[in-house]
Design a protein around this ligand. Structure first.
Ligand code: NAI
Length: 387
């Protein structure tokens, strides 16, 4: 089955980005939103991006016209009737999504795949609103959708094998890297990435180092493009805190995902990050960025502690069959630009090292947060590597 007609529901940040990806790949796209202003903004935004690409010589004006011409902006859901696949990117609210899906199912053909771009809701719960839940699948893009290579594809327990296969093929034909994930909280990226923020906050709360030093450690010895505090300021402390809290609740309050008071207070104070002019750092004009401590041993130990917590989470994600080792590593390098896949990183550091680091943390704290993944432990015994 060739997927050619794409319906996109919600013309906000994600919906408009996904529309650009699909139209660039040659699909005919109908972008629907209830809000005419959102549609106008999406159209103007796309034209601006296309003009910039022409200026930079990345596409010619013919290509610009083709991409723009592939998208029509509609304000009635009925217009999506001839879609082969629809991708929903509206507000993150289960009841609203369910209502839209039920209405949509009344218009589209039986063969139409109905996908959601949700970050935090279960695909099973969304699919349950449909008469044919087997046609429902999670197709989770990263922001900005046209630039980020990764797309997580998430089959619900109801999803048919054929729908999963066609969805994967379609997204690959849009030149994206697919990582298939089980329908569990945070899927791959939003789960595995939690310690990048959480352990950095914990290190700060213990008074081991300040924001600037922790960021410096992750960027210099860690090789990350941004430090955790810079990244939280970029994402927004309100948004990042909510994701952490949602994942924590969804995992039945597993202490491994426990949010940090520090971030909660920053969010409560309105210190949201770049968008509010102040977060962990001050973004006012002329503000001086604090200098990190340049103590080599300290930087190494900060980096190692955050990395081992990330590796441990990635190992458990594999242990619990959420995704394959390849997909877990691809997800972190292509979805959030990590310098290396975490499982490859574990191989490089040595599985013995990983187990020792986790056990040292556990010995010190006796907190469940620091329990070593059983997979790492059994791999150590069997002298195995991930790759
Ligand atoms: P947004 O707020 O930028 O856009 C949502 C759009 O949906 C708005 O234009 C709004 O008018 C429209 N909308 C709301 N209710 C509607 C309805 N009943 N019918 C039609 N249109 C409706 O939101 P954003 O950030 O694009 O997020 C959309 C979805 O994508 C959410 O489920 C979110 O969790 C998910 N997501 C967001 C990411 C992000 O970084 N912003 C990343 C990956 C997924």
């Amino acid at each position: 089955m060739k997927i050619k007609n794409i319906g996109i529901i919600g013309a906000g940040t994600m919906g408009s980005g996904i529309a650009q990806v699909a139209s660039t790949a040659g699909c005919t796209v109908k972008l629907f939103d209830l809000d005419q202003e959102a549609l106008d903004k999406a159209k103007a935004g796309l034209e601006k991006i296309m003009s910039r690409l022409v200026e930079k010589g990345r596409i010619d004006s013919e290509e610009k016209n083709r991409i723009e011409g592939n998208i029509s902006y509609v304000n009635s859901l009925k217009e999506l009737a001839n879609s082969d696949m629809t991708i929903e990117a509206i507000v993150e609210n289960l009841e609203i999504k369910k209502k839209v899906f039920q209405e949509l199912e009344g218009y589209v053909s039986d063969a139409c795949i109905i996908a959601s771009n949700t970050s935090s809701l279960s695909i099973a719960s969304i699919a349950s609103s449909l008469e044919k839940p087997e046609r429902c699948v999670g197709i989770h893009f990263f922001n900005p959708a046209p630039l980020m290579k990764l797309v997580e594809v998430i089959p619900a327990i109801q999803t048919s094998a054929a729908v999963l296969k066609i969805s994967e093929e379609t997204i690959r034909s849009w030149k994206k890297v697919v990582a298939v994930a089980k329908d569990t909280p945070g899927f791959i990226v939003n789960r595995v990435a939690r310690p990048f923020y959480g352990e950095a906050l914990r290190i700060y709360e213990e008074g081991i180092a300040d924001f600037a030093t922790i960021d410096h450690a992750m960027k210099t010895v860690g090789g990350f493009r941004m430090g955790p505090f810079e990244l939280m300021d970029f994402i927004g402390n309100d948004v990042n805190y909510t994701v952490t809290e949602t994942v924590f609740e969804a995992f039945y309050y597993d202490p491994r995902y426990k949010p940090a008071f520090t971030q909660k207070r920053f969010a409560e104070a309105g210190y949201l990050g770049r968008k509010s002019g102040r977060g962990y750092y001050n973004y006012a004009e002329g503000a001086v960025k604090p200098e990190p401590l340049k103590d080599g041993n300290l930087l190494e130990s900060i980096k190692d502690r955050i990395i081992i917590m990330l590796i441990n989470e990635a190992a458990d994600t594999l242990f619990l069959n959420i995704a394959s080792a390849e997909d877990i590593d691809n997800a972190m390098t292509k979805g959030v630009n990590y310098p290396k896949g975490l499982l490859a990183w574990a191989d490089e550091k040595g599985i013995d090292w990983c187990v020792t680091e986790m056990d040292n943390l556990y010995d010190l704290y006796h907190e469940d947060r620091y329990r070593c993944s059983p997979l790492l432990r059994s791999m150590k015994k069997e002298h195995k590597n991930f790759f």
